[in-house]
Write a protein that binds this ligand. Structure first.
Ligand code: SF4
Length: 391
């Protein structure tokens, strides 16, 4: 979608916006604070609507800047309160963002890339390959669209209490844009979320975990999915580059930066692949070592995620008895290991399923193209899998 050479203010965190006002517009830095509140607290994108700014400043902003959110192609509520948006990022790419309400909290699952290059074997996003990184504006724009829809008022009427960077893509492979977007999520002039309420989930890019620890205090989640290198290298090819021992060491370093920091390990259960008692026992050993290294009980948290099948996958979801048996072995070892409930089933929003059905993707792509054509924005067919879907 055309940018007219104007700066999209969604791309700037507080410091950058202050710099923009001072250096590009020749205005006082505090003006940036007023504009941030208009954008992220009141969801105003039209400078004329920013009524506490003088007329001359509004005209200057109109000439040099814009506040452009992703285009909502469609949004779809589920009967269980889950809500999914298909957001157009450019004429060839769209992604999905999902809101999941639960007792006293509302979590938004946000994407960082269109597609993903890491090729995890059980992931539906991997099947479409990698298209491109999302900009800061496209990442924070997902939060903005959802927060506006929900009537979220930071510090007052919180409908959006948590953000998880667990949608499509590897967030640490798009480091700068993700870190900047997370800074807006945590800023009081943005969405005012506490550090622990913003979670970044990685497949294990070890050097970038260390880099994240240098600049941010967000919660860390690691897509582990296997308790030994042989199996993990098969399921998560990145493991060949950064094997489990190196990954766990980087997690220990991340946790040790600040007393009381825990790390969540996600474990997708796949029938006959990684759901056997021997896997559970190996997992317990691995995570106990982590607790010991961090010198904190329950420093390692486990999320068990029953696999959600998608067309063409060779993996299956274990039956409920097998899931319970795996969980019991962890519980008996003193570990808290909740099984993630399937949510948003009727809108393909369940975890690992956000990418959607292949047939459904084709239908959504047609819908996306139709809307773009209606707006005169369609530029013809793009690369395969251009309608992205969060994983
Ligand atoms: S699981 Fe995450 S890192 Fe792996 S391919 Fe899917 S989106 Fe990428």
């Amino acid at each position: 979608m055309p940018d007219n050479g104007k700066t999209n203010l969604f791309d700037l965190d507080r410091t950058q916006l202050e710099d923009f006002f001072e250096h590009s517009l020749g205005e006082k830095r505090y003006r940036a604070h007023q504009v941030m509140k208009w954008i992220h607290h009141r969801y105003v994108t039209d400078f004329d609507g920013m009524t506490d700014l003088g007329k001359a400043l509004r005209a200057k902003l109109e000439a040099h800047a814009q506040v452009r959110a992703p285009m909502v192609v469609f949004d779809k509520p589920s009967t269980d309160g889950t809500h999914k948006w298909l957001l157009g990022m450019d004429p060839k790419n769209a992604i999905e963002t999902v809101y999941i309400p639960d007792k006293g909290r509302g979590t938004l699952c946000v994407s960082s890339q269109v597609g993903c290059a890491l090729n995890c074997q059980f992931c539906s996003t991997a099947t479409q390959g990698f298209n491109r990184n999302l900009s800061t504006a496209e990442i924070i724009g997902q939060v903005w669209v959802a927060a506006r829809h929900l009537g979220n008022v930071p510090h007052q009427q919180r409908r959006l209490t948590n953000v998880v960077m667990m949608g499509m893509g590897e967030p640490l492979a798009n480091f700068d844009n993700v870190v900047r977007a997370m800074s807006i999520m945590r800023d009081d002039l943005g969405y005012g979320l506490a550090n622990k309420r913003v979670t970044l989930s990685t497949a294990g890019m070890v050097p970038m975990i260390d880099k994240l620890g240098e600049v941010s205090d967000v919660s860390l989640a690691v897509s582990l999915h296997a308790p030994n290198d042989e199996l993990r290298s098969e399921l998560v090819p990145l493991n060949k580059k950064y094997p489990i021992a190196e990954l766990m060491e980087s997690c220990v370093r991340y946790a040790l930066r600040k007393r009381g920091t825990s790390v969540t390990f996600e474990y997708t259960l796949m029938k006959g692949v990684n759901d056997q008692p021997t896997h559970a026992r190996q997992l317990v050993r691995l995570l106990r070592q982590f607790d010991n290294a961090v010198q904190m009980k329950d420093a390692a948290k486990v999320n068990l995620i029953p696999f959600n099948p998608f067309p063409g996958t060779r993996f299956e979801r274990p039956d409920d008895a097998a899931i319970r048996a795996f969980q019991k072995l962890l519980n008996e070892a003193g570990m808290i290991a909740p099984v993630r409930r399937t949510r948003g089933d009727d809108i393909d929003a369940a975890c690992g399923q956000l990418k959607g059905q292949v047939m459904d993707r084709t239908r959504r792509q047609a819908e996306f193209r139709k809307r773009l054509q209606a707006q005169g924005l369609d530029q013809g067919p793009g690369r395969g899998g251009e309608i992205g879907d969060a994983a």
